[in-house]
Design a protein. Structure first.
Length: 256
């Protein structure tokens, strides 16, 4: 039987990492219901704690948001509890897709690309949380908006952000291959189609650095006219999110 008691040890370690506990509005929790390999678990938890510490250095918000790893449901943001739920099943599914696709050559690389997707996913759910807690206005589909925010944050807060976002895009591509025939549900779902999410993310990656990622446009045979629009898309979405988040940024130079 899997117990749902929250682990105090890892939370305590995280809290000790900062002298000003009250300032840490983003907190890490690991459920006792562990379903994944211990080595993978330790890697994901360690990298996730580092990511959440980075978010604490980036943002100042009025209410706490807890990242729950090992949750039974998700990935999702629960507005009632202000928790971002990340199930181990999702981690295993992501790793399994990359493994089956022979996406990388080594276990170390497999762990790395799996964590890339987890990081993008955590930023996506963080977007939902910030919209809720900060009452951020959104026009259009919220899922598309937080996809854009996640990709922007991944790119702007990591030296290899484009590659991290590319792993997330490629997962959308792999998930899209599951659909053999579209149904009405696929079109009225709150999320865009997986292939659309793939191309939208690729567009953001290219738009962030058109020189470095020129090869993506060539490989996917995206027209030059559309590629130029990708540059505008990245700049427009980044400008919008920076403006919305500006009042809550601790270090206003991070997203430059």
């Amino acid at each position: 039987m899997l117990f749902q008691l929250r682990s105090i040890l890892i939370v305590s370690i995280f809290c000790m990492s900062s002298p000003a506990l009250a300032v840490n509005k983003f907190q890490f929790v690991r459920d006792e219901a562990i379903k994944i390999d211990r080595q993978l678990l330790e890697y994901v938890d360690q990298e996730s704690i580092i990511l959440i510490e980075k978010i604490n250095r980036l943002l100042r918000i009025p209410k706490s948001i807890i990242f729950v790893f090992g949750a039974e449901d998700g990935p999702l943001y629960d507005s009632e509890t202000r928790e971002i739920l990340m199930p181990d099943d999702f981690t295993l599914e992501v790793m399994g897709r990359f493994y089956d696709a022979k996406y990388v050559d080594t276990e170390e690389q497999l762990f790395g690309v799996t964590m890339d997707v987890i990081e993008h996913t955590l930023y996506h759910e963080l977007g939902h949380a910030l919209i809720d807690v900060l009452d951020i206005p959104i026009t259009g589909k919220e899922e598309d908006a937080v996809d854009g925010m996640a990709t922007m944050l991944v790119i702007l807060t990591n030296q290899t952000g484009g590659q991290i976002a590319l792993s997330a895009a490629d997962l959308f591509d792999l998930e899209g291959e599951d659909i053999k025939e579209f149904t009405a549900e696929d079109f009225w779902d709150e999320h865009s189609l997986d292939f659309q999410r793939f191309y939208n993310t690729i567009c953001m990656i290219y738009g962030s650095d058109s020189t470095q990622y020129q090869y993506l446009i060539k490989e996917l045979e995206i027209t030059q006219d559309r590629a130029e629009m990708c540059i505008d898309d990245f700049q427009r979405q980044s400008k919008s999110w920076k403006k919305l988040l500006q009042p809550y940024l601790k270090d206003k130079t991070i997203l430059n």
